[in-house]
Structure formats: structure tokens, C-alpha cells
Design a protein around this ligand. Structure first.
Ligand code: BDR
Ligand code: CA
Length: 313
């Protein structure tokens, strides 16, 4: 089996944690590094959480790099109410065994991708796009060298989840998102239109709880936490599980419907900051990006459950 090489850029974060558990347990993927960014919680916490999560998954072989503490231009924002003060729901963080790898995340992305064959390394971005934007500023040739950049971010038909217009990851660092989308990277965006179709129902969480492994227990605990928080704050019974979509697509693209388009990000207006303008009226062959319009929610959960099951056996 030819493995897909992958770097995961994330801000764990309860749904990032599920995405990491999926990727780190998938034999189809070669996770070359995890890079952390400030987002849901500060980077000191997201980089520690990434190290905790790789340890729980038994993957201390995967290096973790810390990245940007703050967005390119804006003040840092957090989403601790949806992820717990430490970013891991109600699980208590501990000091993980392995240290951080040396050097900033942006340099790690450049070094890894530029040293490997063109288009061979995919990047799954589960948080604000600051690390990738910094890497592209330093090494513009990265855009053509990278394989698909599978991003959780943006909203079109669903409206926003942090403001009426914007989804959290793009809102948190709209300037970085705008730079990445203008860079020539092959960006595939999984916004709320798709991720709101991937919901952690009781039955789906229970199927993961039935798998006897630490990875499964942690993934399920994250979703139980989200379930309680979403019930309280949003009134939803089954919370959307956003970030794993970026990994699921790399493993099973048939679970998603993608449409060629051109995406731009609002950076000027305070009112609509971080809005993703997704334009489908693009001349054939001219589309720079792809936008996920639909997701097979049960299929994504089956993929997560089966991957964790196989790894546990
Ligand atoms: C995104 O925002 C974060 O809070 C989640 O981890 C996810 O990446 C959803 O809008
Ligand atoms: Ca995230």
C-alpha cells in the first residue's frame, strides 16, 4: 500500500484531537509531523496537547513542532468554552514524555515539504492558517511543492459559528487565510456546509466507546464533552465534528462532494471579518480551489470507528 504522507497543523482542541487519533492510527497515512498553532487555546497548550495525544496514540515517533502564538495581524482569540480551558474537554492534561521538536512550525513545514518529491506531502490544517501563511511568506515555492492542502475552515450556506458571517478558524486569522488562498496552494476547504453534516450522535459515540484502546477512549471523551457543551450553548444534541474531515477526505475522498471554485476572505470589514466568499461561477479550468458542499456523516464515523478498531486489534 502506498501511504499518503501528511503533516497535520492543528490547535487541539477536542475535534482536532479526534482528527489526530484518526490520522495517527491509520496505516494508510504516513504522518511526518504535527505542527501546533494558537487558536482554540494558546500555543503553549495546543503544542502540549498535541504531544499528549501522540503519546496516547502510541506515536511518540511523530515529531511535534510549536508554531505561531498569535495571528498575523489580529489579537489572539480563543474558543475555550467549546474545548475546555486546557483544550482537551474535561480530560486533565499531563506533562507528556517527549519534548517538542526544535524550530518553529513554519520552518518544519518548509523543510519537510521541500525535501520531498513535488506534490507528495499533503497538509491537513485544523486551525487558523497562521503557520502555513508564515511558511509561504518565507518560501513561496512551497505552494507548488505541497500536495493537497485539506483545510477545515469557512462557511457558505451554513452562515458562521463565531459571527453571523464567519467560521472560527478563518475568523481567528483572516489575513493568514487570505494569503494562503491567494498563494497557489491546492486548497480543499471543508467548511461548516460539510462539517455540520458530520455529527456525533449518541449511537456514533457509543460505537467508538466500544473500541478497547486509549485512542478510542480519548476520542469518545472529546465527543461526549462536545455533546454536553453544544447542548448547553447551542442547543444541539449531536455536535458537529469538524476537523477529522480534513483527514477523512485524504483517506476516503468518496465521502465528500467537492465543487471547483474560487474562495476569497473578507479582511477589511469588522462586521463580516473572516467571511469566505465562495464563487462557483468560474470559467472551466480556472478554479483555484475546491469547496466541500456535502459529507457522508455516517461514512466519516464508520471510517473513524473502523480505523480505531483495526489499530486496537
Ligand atoms: C473549528 O473551530 C475550532 O474551534 C474547531 O477546532 C474547528 O477547527 C470549527 O469552526
Ligand atoms: Ca481546530
Amino acid at each position: 500500500m502506498k501511504k499518503q504522507s501528511l503533516i497535520i497543523d492543528c490547535d487541539p482542541g477536542v475535534d482536532d484531537a479526534v482528527g489526530l487519533m484518526l490520522a495517527l492510527n491509520a496505516p494508510e497515512l504516513e504522518v511526518l509531523a504535527v505542527t501546533a498553532v494558537g487558536g482554540n487555546v494558546p500555543v503553549s497548550a495546543t503544542s502540549r496537547n498535541a504531544r499528549i495525544l501522540r503519546q496516547v496514540a502510541g506515536r511518540t515517533d511523530v515529531p511535534v513542532f510549536a508554531g505561531a502564538e498569535r495571528p498575523l495581524v489580529r489579537e489572539p482569540a480563543g474558543a475555550g468554552e467549546f474545548h475546555g480551558a486546557e483544550g482537551l474537554g474535561d480530560l486533565k492534561p499531563f506533562e507528556p514524555q517527549g519534548a517538542l521538536a526544535s524550530g518553529p512550525a513554519a520552518d518544519a513545514i518548509i523543510d519537510i515539504v521541500m525535501a520531498r518529491p513535488e506534490k507528495s506531502v499533503a497538509l491537513a490544517v485544523m486551525g487558523p492558517m497562521t503557520n502555513l501563511a508564515l511558511a509561504l511568506r518565507k518560501e513561496p515555492a512551497l505552494a507548488a511543492r505541497l500536495g493537497p492542502v485539506s483545510v477545515m475552515g469557512g462557511a457558505r450556506s451554513e452562515g458562521g459559528n463565531i459571527t453571523a458571517s464567519a467560521e472560527f478558524n478563518v475568523w481567528a486569522d483572516p489575513d493568514a487565510a487570505a494569503e494562503v488562498l491567494a498563494s497557489g496552494c491546492d486548497v480543499v476547504m471543508f467548511g461548516l456546509d460539510a462539517t455540520h453534516q458530520v455529527r456525533a450522535t449518541d449511537a456514533r459515540i457509543a460505537a467508538i466507546e466500544a473500541v478497547d484502546s486509549d485512542s478510542a477512549r480519548w476520542a469518545a471523551s472529546m465527543m461526549r464533552f462536545s455533546q454536553r457543551v453544544e447542548r448547553k450553548i447551542v442547543g444541539w444534541d449531536a455536535p458537529p465534528v469538524h476537523d477529522p474531515c480534513t483527514v477523512a477526505w485524504l483517506m476516503a475522498p468518496e465521502l465528500f462532494t467537492l465543487k471547483p471554485c474560487d474562495i476569497r476572505v473578507e479582511t477589511q470589514s469588522d462586521l463580516t471579518r473572516g467571511h469566505t466568499a465562495v464563487e462557483f461561477r468560474v470559467a472551466p479550468g480556472q478554479a483555484r480551489h475546491r469547496w466541500a458542499t456535502a459529507a457522508d456523516g455516517q461514512g466519516v464515523f464508520d471510517l473513524i470507528t473502523e480505523t480505531l478498531k483495526r489499530a486496537a486489534s
